[in-house]
Design a protein around this ligand. Structure first.
Ligand code: HEC
Ligand code: HEC
Ligand code: HEC
Ligand code: HEC
Ligand code: HEC
Ligand code: HEC
Ligand code: HEC
Ligand code: HEC
Ligand code: HEC
Length: 267
C-alpha cells in the first residue's frame, strides 16, 4: 500500500504548486527590494544608543542613518576602517599617532570587535568595554603597585577612557619637598610602589661611600636634596691641604664631584 502511494506521487520540485510558490516568493522579494532600497537584506536594526551625545558625523547614533548602508558598507570593498573613521575621527587620530588602545592593537577590520545589526538596544560602547581585558590595560598602562587596587573611576572620571594621559605628572603634582627643582619626569626617580624611598636612578654618587654602610641623606644634603656638601667627613681645612698642589680657588675646590664623581680613588 505505502509503496504504491509513493510511486504515484509527483516529483516534489516540479509540482505546479512548488513552482507557483517559488515564483511568488521571487516577486515578493523583488518588490520588497525595490520598495526598501536594499533594506530587505538588512540583517537587523542598528544601535540607537547614544553615550556621549557627540553627534559624530552629524548623527546622534547609528540608527539615525540606518538607511544609508554605504556609510559603513562600501560597494565592492565591504566593511572598511576608513568608512567608520569618517565619523570616528578620534579613533582615526589614535591610529595615525599609534597612541591609545586603537593605535596599539592590531586592527584588521573594525567589525572584528564591533558588531552591528544586533537591535536598537545594543550598547556598542558597553559591548566593546566588556571585551576589554586587564591584559589590554597592561599593554597601555600596567596597573601595578599603588595603582592595582584602585577603582577605574579614580583615573577615568565620568567613564571616559579614550585619550587618558599616562604621564605620572598628568595625575600627580610635584610636592613642596622638591621645591620645583626635580622636574616632572617622575618615573625617572619614582615607581608606582610608593613615593618613598625614591629610586634615585640618577644618583651617581654612591650612598655606601667610605665603606661605612649607607650614609644618611642629611650627611651630604643638609638643607635640600639639590645641594650637597662633603664637609661632614672631609673637613675643609684637611681638603685644602690635600689639594694644595692643584692650586685651586675655594670655588673650584668646592666642586668635589667634578673630579670625584663617585668618590673613589684615581678618577
Ligand atoms: C555617519 C557617522 C558614523 C559612522 C559611519 C559610524 N559611526 Fe559609530 N557612531 C556614530 C555615532 C553618532 C555614535 C554615537 C555616539 C555617542 O555615543 O554619542 C557612534 C557610536 C559608536 C560606538 C560606541 C561608542 C560611543 O562613543 O558611543 C562604536 C563602538 C562605534 N560607533 C563603532 C563604529 C564602527 C565600527 C563603524 C564602522 C563599521 C562606525 N561606528 C561607523 C557615528 C558613526
Ligand atoms: C553603522 C554601520 C552600518 C550600517 C549603517 C549598516 N551596516 Fe550592515 N553591517 C555593519 C557591520 C559592522 C556588520 C558586520 C558585523 C556583524 O556581523 O554584526 C554588518 C553586516 C551586515 C551584513 C552581513 C554580511 C556582512 O557584510 O558581514 C549585511 C547583509 C548588512 N550588514 C547589510 C546592511 C544593509 C542592507 C544596510 C542598510 C540598510 C546596513 N547593513 C547598514 C555595519 C553597518
Ligand atoms: C591608575 C590609573 C588607572 C586606573 C585605576 C585604570 N586605568 Fe584605564 N587607563 C589609564 C591610563 C593612564 C590609560 C591610557 C594609556 C595610554 O593610552 O597610554 C588607560 C587606558 C584605558 C583604556 C583604553 C582607552 C583607549 O581607547 O585608548 C581603557 C578601556 C581603560 N583604561 C579601562 C580601564 C578600566 C576598565 C579600569 C578599571 C578596571 C581602568 N582602566 C583603571 C589609567 C588607569
Ligand atoms: C581588537 C578589538 C578592536 C578593534 C579591532 C577595534 N576596536 Fe574599537 N574598541 C575596542 C574596545 C575594547 C573598546 C572599548 C575601550 C575603549 O574605549 O578603548 C573600543 C572602543 C571604541 C570606540 C569608543 C571609544 C570611546 O571611548 O569613546 C569607538 C568609537 C571605536 N572603538 C571605534 C573603532 C573603529 C572605528 C575601529 C576600526 C578602525 C575599531 N574601533 C576597532 C576594541 C576594538
Ligand atoms: C591616570 C592617572 C594616573 C597616572 C597617569 C598615574 N597615577 Fe599614580 N595614582 C593615581 C591615583 C588616582 C592614585 C590614588 C590616589 C592618590 O593616592 O593620589 C595614585 C596613587 C599613586 C601612588 C600611591 C600614593 C600614596 O600616597 O600611597 C604612587 C606612588 C603613584 N600613584 C605613583 C605613580 C607613578 C610613579 C606614575 C607614573 C609612572 C603614576 N603614579 C601615574 C593616578 C595616576
Ligand atoms: C630627580 C629625582 C626626582 C624626580 C624627577 C621626582 N622626584 Fe619625587 N622625590 C625625589 C626624592 C629624592 C624624594 C625624597 C624621597 C625620600 O624621602 O625617600 C622624593 C619625594 C617625593 C614625594 C614624597 C613627598 C613627601 O612630602 O613625603 C612625592 C609625593 C613625590 N616625590 C612625588 C613626585 C612627583 C609627582 C614627581 C613628578 C611630578 C616627582 N616626585 C619627581 C626625587 C624625585
Ligand atoms: C655621600 C654623599 C651623598 C649622600 C649620602 C646622598 N647624596 Fe644625593 N647627591 C650627592 C651628590 C654629590 C649629588 C650630585 C651629583 C650626583 O647626582 O650624584 C647628589 C644629588 C642628589 C639629587 C639630585 C639628583 C638630580 O638629578 O637632580 C637628589 C634628589 C639626591 N641627591 C637625593 C638624595 C637622597 C634622597 C639621599 C638619601 C637617600 C642622598 N641623596 C644621599 C651626594 C650624596
Ligand atoms: C680639580 C679636581 C679636584 C677637585 C675639585 C677636588 N679634588 Fe679631591 N683630589 C683630586 C686629586 C687629583 C687628588 C689626588 C689624587 C687621588 O688620590 O685621586 C684628590 C684627592 C682627594 C682625596 C684623598 C684621596 C686619597 O687617596 O687619600 C680626598 C678625600 C678628596 N680628594 C676629596 C675631595 C673633596 C671632598 C673635594 C671637594 C671639597 C675634592 N676632593 C675636590 C682632585 C680634585
Ligand atoms: C659619612 C662620611 C663621608 C661623607 C659624607 C663623604 N665621605 Fe668621602 N670618604 C669617607 C671615608 C670614611 C673615606 C675613606 C677614608 C678616606 O680616604 O678618608 C672617604 C674617601 C673619599 C675619597 C678617596 C677615595 C679613595 O678611594 O681613596 C674621596 C675622593 C672622597 N671620599 C670624596 C668624597 C666626596 C666628593 C664627598 C661628597 C660628595 C664625600 N667624599 C663625602 C667618608 C665620607
Amino acid at each position: 500500500m505505502n509503496q504504491q502511494r509513493l510511486i504515484a506521487r509527483q516529483h516534489p520540485f516540479f509540482s505546479p504548486v512548488a513552482l507557483g510558490s517559488t515564483l511568488l516568493l521571487l516577486v515578493v522579494l523583488g518588490i520588497a527590494l525595490w520598495q526598501t532600497g536594499g533594506r530587505a537584506f538588512n540583517p537587523g536594526p542598528l544601535s540607537a544608543v547614544a553615550v556621549s551625545q557627540q553627534q559624530s558625523g552629524g548623527f546622534p547614533n547609528h540608527a539615525a542613518f540606518a538607511d544609508e548602508c554605504t556609510q559603513c558598507h562600501t560597494p565592492f570593498a565591504g566593511l572598511t576602517a576608513a568608512a567608520c573613521e569618517t565619523c570616528h575621527t578620534l579613533i582615526a587620530d589614535q591610529r595615525q599617532q599609534q597612541m591609545g588602545l586603537h593605535g596599539r592593537i592590531d586592527v584588521a577590520t573594525c567589525a572584528a570587535c564591533h558588531l552591528e545589526h544586533r537591535g536598537a538596544d545594543y550598547h556598542l560602547f558597553q559591548a566593546a568595554l566588556d571585551q576589554f581585558s586587564s591584559e589590554h590595560h597592561a599593554v597601555l598602562f600596567p596597573l601595578d603597585g599603588a595603582h592595582s587596587d584602585l577603582e577605574c573611576v579614580a583615573c577615568h572620571e565620568n567613564g571616559r577612557y579614550l585619550g587618558s594621559d599616562s604621564a605620572c605628572a598628568a595625575c600627580h603634582v610635584e610636592p613642596d619637598l622638591h621645591r620645583g627643582l626635580f622636574g616632572v619626569d617622575c618615573a625617572a626617580c619614582h615607581t608606582t610602589a610608593a613615593w618613598q624611598p625614591a629610586r634615585l636612578t640618577r644618583h651617581i654618587f654612591p650612598l655606601d661611600h667610605g665603606d661605612e654602610g649607607e650614609i644618611p641623606c642629611v650627611a651630604c644634603h643638609t638643607d635640600t636634596l639639590t645641594v650637597y656638601t662633603c664637609d661632614a667627613c672631609h673637613a675643609p681645612a684637611d681638603m685644602a691641604d690635600e689639594h694644595e698642589e692643584l692650586r685651586l680657588t675655594p670655588v673650584e675646590l668646592s666642586a668635589c664631584t667634578d673630579c670625584h664623581p663617585t668618590g673613589r680613588e684615581k678618577e
